[in-house]
Design a binder for this molecule. Structure first.
Ligand SMILES: Cc1ncc(COP(=O)(O)O)c(C=O)c1O
Length: 350
């Protein structure tokens, strides 16, 4: 079904200087909104950003039917605007929605909503280095009913916020060997709100101990590394880029996928396989050069400075010639249009 998106823009446009604001704090001037009722999406529209009115009995507030995505729009070197890998984000959104028994958003509607909103708020896209417009599509269950059930009514929305560098320094992380983020068969592969709510407490305990993040381990033995915060985990040891496989409990990261493709294409050996923290300990104790980093849309590549494992802190390699910096540079080259986009990742605004 064809959806026509109506646009009612602000009468007066004001672009705030956001360069010193924290990640995701300030919304742009407009948002996309669309309601699902009677089995279909209705009244898709772009309107000035405003607060929502929600019935206190809305099911999302009680039983957690919420799903979101996170992607970015950038300026390319030639001044055009690029929304990176919109189709892969839509695929993942669809999978997350399916896992949470929520209705799909047709790809055409998803892409049109994002493109029209970004085009309207284009002046909010930062032009400098690590700056980008963070795009947050999300869905919540709005049916008003205090009863455990799959909702019949939903809101699909898109909001945007200018963002800059996510982490200002290489991260100090610890292997989490008590708490669990997700177990196989659970919702770890879905980008649903509950996964994040449940991760706050263990992450806060780690922060209280002086760490920036935890490296989650598997739910059965706390041995195999899963992911970290809002990033997939990557290691470069013995000239091999190793990352945990998409086992069913980690998120299928778009940045992970992009970096692995770039690595493979540039002759780097890549292994998607389970990696035990014991293997890391061995590598550190043998004096090997261990690179570790997080890969995610928000941080892109977040270098890890040290990993604490069972009370010992091991230093990771951060030298200028590290693979992670090269991969990030190559990814930026593709996004900016300075290197060939062999996979059709760039969605360029017309
Ligand atoms: C739990 C989790 N893992 C990994 C990632 C990285 O995924 P992406 O590269 O698609 O942003 C994210 C961020 O979306 C995340 O929230």
């Amino acid at each position: 079904m064809e959806h026509t998106i109506s646009i009612s823009a602000q009468a007066e446009r004001i672009v705030t200087d956001t360069s010193s604001l924290p990640f995701g704090k300030i919304p742009t001037e407009h948002m996309f909104i669309c309601e699902y009722a009677d089995g279909g999406w209705q009244n898709p529209r772009i309107v000035p950003f405003h607060d929502l009115t929600l019935n206190p009995m809305a099911l999302c507030l009680h039983y957690g039917q919420t799903v979101f995505e996170g992607m970015k729009a950038f300026y390319m070197d030639d001044g055009r605007v690029n929304i990176f890998r919109m189709d892969k984000h839509h695929d993942r959104f669809t999978k997350s929605l399916h896992r949470m028994c929520m209705p799909e958003v047709p790809k055409a509607l998803f892409e049109a909503a994002i493109c029209k909103l970004v085009a309207l708020d284009v002046e909010w896209i930062p032009r400098d280095g690590d700056g980008a417009l963070y795009i947050r599509p999300f869905m919540i269950a709005t049916e008003a009913r205090v009863g455990v059930k799959i909702a019949d009514e939903y809101l699909f929305m898109v909001v945007c916020s200018p963002t800059f560098q996510y982490y200002s320094h290489p991260l100090k992380v610890k292997i989490e060997n008590h708490f669990v983020r997700a177990a196989e068969g659970g919702t770890g592969t879905a980008k649903c709100g509950g996964n994040y709510g449940g991760a706050f407490y263990p992450t806060q305990l780690a922060k209280d101990e002086g760490y920036d993040q935890v490296l989650w381990t598997d739910s059965k033995n706390h041995e195999f590394i899963e992911e970290s915060g809002t990033m997939n985990a990557m290691f470069f040891i013995d000239n091999v880029l190793v990352t945990p496989p998409l086992s069913g409990s980690i998120l299928d990261g778009v940045t992970r996928d992009s970096l692995l493709a770039i690595a493979r294409e540039t002759g780097v050996a890549v292994e998607e396989r389970s990696i035990s923290y014991k293997e890391l300990v061995r590598a550190f104790e043998e004096g090997k050069r261990v690179e570790a980093f997080g890969a995610g849309t928000a941080a892109v590549v977040a270098p890890i400075a040290s990993i604490a494992i069972e009370g010992t802190e091991y230093a990771c390699y951060l030298g200028d010639d590290a693979l992670m910096y090269r991969l990030k540079h190559q990814l930026f080259g593709i996004r900016k249009g300075l290197a060939p986009d062999n996979h059709g990742w760039n969605c360029i605004l017309k």
